[in-house]
Ligand binder design. Structure first.
Ligand code: IMP
Ligand code: MG
Length: 192
């Protein structure tokens, strides 16, 4: 697996350091916007909605840095089936959707691995908004430096990266490489 790596864009240490500051910022903002730290608040739980599967490692590391009462309701979305390295159009799987139909009174933090064309987040955001949460914040680990991604409205971005296909830290190629601890590009021979 190591032989397939072309270049490391983000090391595990760089990711960990950035997550410390990002988690502080998210905690402060969400407390201020929602009153989540107020014990008398009737809805003092933050509902985290990770988009599976790419966000699993990011979410695991981020939630442990949030000193807030949280619940986690994963949602499935897929746009790069198998060996595709360009978006194939989004299909949202409702099978593992644990998000309640009615979100009145709830505060949602939607988390994805990467913002590329924006079609995944657009679709999932619309679906969450339809269910009527009190607040909705959106967060991605990575944003590609291309117009569609840079102009997409989003609350939190951990890193802006070049417009290249990347894997590791949850992101896959053909469902592999998610366990690489950093964000890397693959050698061209590996990605046809
Ligand atoms: P979008 O819908 O085009 O914004 O793409 C977002 C989704 O595509 C992400 O949730 C990823 O699952 C996948 N994706 C986009 N770019 C990459 C990449 O460089 N590597 C791996 N997966 C990617
Ligand atoms: Mg994804």
């Amino acid at each position: 697996m190591q032989d397939d790596i072309e270049r490391t864009l983000l090391s595990p240490d760089e990711i960990a350091q950035r997550l410390d500051t990002l988690a502080d910022q998210i905690t402060r903002d969400i407390e201020a916007a929602t009153g989540l730290s107020d014990p008398d608040h009737p809805h003092n739980t933050l509902t985290i909605v990770p988009i599976m599967t790419g966000s699993i490692i990011f979410v695991a590391d981020l939630v442990r840095r949030l000193p807030l009462r949280t619940r986690i309701y994963p949602m499935s979305a897929s746009s790069y089936p198998g060996t595709a390295t360009a978006s194939q159009g989004v299909t949202l799987s409702r099978v593992d959707d644990r998000v309640p139909e009615e979100l009145g009174g709830q505060h949602i933090l939607l988390i994805d691995d990467i913002l590329d064309s924006g079609s995944t987040l657009r679709k999932v955001t619309a679906e969450i908004e339809r269910r009527g949460p009190d607040t909705l914040h959106t967060c991605v680990l990575l944003r590609k430096q291309r117009d569609q991604a840079m102009s997409f409205p989003i609350d939190y971005v951990a890193f802006d990266i070049p417009d290249a296909f990347v894997v590791g830290y949850g992101l896959d190629y053909d469902d592999q490489y998610r366990n690489l601890p950093g964000i890397v590009t693959l050698r061209p021979e590996v990605v046809q």
